[in-house]
Design a protein around this ligand. Structure first.
Ligand code: PEP
Length: 246
């Protein structure tokens, strides 16, 4: 399994920031891990022409292929622009746009049907964590957001505790390991041992150069989905190096 270092730029960056991608490619000429950058939609096309060694993805899509959906972007359009992956179900989409597991399932299905790879995000709130409900929440999100047509080589799962995103707080390494083992077990129960074992399970939430190596040493952590620290080469490059070394 090739590990994945995925950067989610969120709503940050204009054309001036694209030089970061060529700098990253120069810093990692033959990375062991796959490097993915998901810039804002208007930058995808330009980003995709910069380097063969940096994969480009999108942060969201519409589930329909075309039609009267003002302001939305279909998977076909994202593929045409050069995207290979699409993040879906990010907690900011679930919160800001009231996206449900059903919406995420429909988007992931559209992504897969069009030959792109979904990164399906899930994670508990602080209240759910403190209430002891983390595994129940993850079980529900995983079961209802992941389509039956998902497979290890096409689909990535991202565990992102909501309270760890952009806060500088992370769960203990034991807590991260517990959730990743649980997701692996659920995937293997549903898709079979070999197929379920082939999904990459990313951790996301305040991954930084300072904590990356210890997070990547946890079994069943197959990479990271990185927000803030993916915006500069100075932060993202050491995270990639730590993943390559894990
Ligand atoms: C994210 O946006 O998916 C994320 C994990 O953000 P950050 O790394 O900034 O916590």
């Amino acid at each position: 399994m090739r590990k994945l270092a995925a950067g989610n730029w969120k709503m940050n960056g204009t054309g001036d920031n694209l030089s970061m991608i060529s700098q990253l490619a120069a810093a990692h000429p033959s990375p062991k891990s796959e490097i993915l950058i998901c810039p804002p939609t208007p930058l995808i096309h330009r980003a995709a022409t910069i380097s063969d060694s940096i994969t480009i993805g999108a942060q969201d899509c519409h589930a329909a292929s075309k039609g009267a959906h003002t302001g939305d972007t279909s998977v076909i359009m994202l593929a045409d622009a050069g995207a290979t992956y699409v993040i879906t179900g990010h907690s900011e989409r679930r919160a800001d746009h009231k996206e449900t597991n059903k919406n995420v399932h429909a988007k992931a299905t559209a992504i897969l049907k069009n030959g792109l790879k979904p990164i399906i995000c899930m994670g508990e709130s602080l209240e759910q964590r403190e209430g002891g409900n983390t595994l129940e929440v993850i079980s529900n999100q995983l079961a209802h957001s992941t389509p039956d047509m998902a497979a290890g080589h096409t689909t990535v799962i991202a565990y992102e505790p909501i309270w760890a995103i952009g806060t500088g707080k992370i769960p203990t390494l034991t807590q991260i390991g517990e959730v990743h083992d649980f997701i692996r077990h659920q995937l293997q129960t549903r898709f079979g041992t070999a197929q379920g074992g082939a999904f990459r399970i990313l951790y996301g939430g305040s991954v930084k150069p300072t904590n990356a190596a210890e997070i990547f040493a946890i079994p069943n952590v197959d990479g990271a989905l990185v927000g803030g620290a993916s915006l500069t080469v100075a932060d993202f490059s050491p995270i990639i190096t730590a993943l390559d070394a894990a």
